[in-house]
Design a protein. Structure first.
Length: 142
């Protein structure tokens, strides 16, 4: 039997996921981290990206987070984010459109957005597209 750690993934509106995990992968400002049971306590900021939770049965569930806080404690892992989307709930076409709009805004083609806002939108769109791509690869579609 493998060791597990309890994981809570919470958005601004609701708890999206709660349960045991063999490993958790999360995007931090310093890069991606992997968390195993008995990991040292840690509190850090997350960037927009994908969270992957390896469940005891070996299945992997994937989520998009818009950034937030990662709290690792001896009794569990908590990920708090304003926006959390299940990988299967992400609209790839919508994310691709958001990526294109953000890139155009960064080139100055759309004056209503500041460059930093456009960059943040681009980062979020690219993270969503990465989550979709990873899900498709996992399913053998990509």
């Amino acid at each position: 039997m493998a060791y597990t750690v309890h994981v809570d993934l919470v958005s601004a509106e609701e708890k999206i996921h709660s349960g045991p995990a063999e490993m958790v992968f999360a995007p931090t400002l310093s890069g991606e981290v992997g968390i195993l049971p008995h990991h040292a306590p840690m509190l850090t900021l997350m960037r927009a990206g994908d969270v992957r939770i390896v469940q005891p049965a070996g299945t992997v569930v994937s989520f998009f987070v818009s950034g937030g806080i990662l709290d690792v404690q001896p009794d569990g892992v908590t990920l708090l984010s304003d926006t959390v989307l299940r990988a299967e709930d992400i609209d790839a076409a919508e994310a691709e459109e958001a990526r294109q709009l953000a890139e155009r805004a960064m080139k100055g083609e759309r004056e209503t957005l500041a460059y930093s806002e456009a960059y943040a939108q681009l980062t979020e769109a690219l993270a969503k597209l990465r989550v979709v791509r990873l899900m498709r690869i996992k399913q053998g579609d990509g």
